[in-house]
Design a protein around this ligand. Sequence first.
Ligand SMILES: [Zn+2]
Length: 76
Amino acid sequence: MKASGQCPKCQGKNIYTDDRQSKRSDRSFGVDGWTRLFVSMYVCTDCGYLEEYIDSESLSNQKKMEKLKNSWPKIS
Ligand SMILES: [Zn+2]
């Protein structure tokens, strides 16, 4: 949905996001005691489906992402 701009549920193309470079999302979660990753939402205004992603600021922060990779198990 983030990459395609299309809703996977209703195939709608009216996708909105609160992911903005200039403003930090108010939702976050802790990777460890010091590192928090911020979360942005992508919402389909046709059916209401929403997806959550790490926001672009956190995703481009290599130090934070390395912390997650070192703290969380990789699946499969
Ligand atoms: Zn939809």
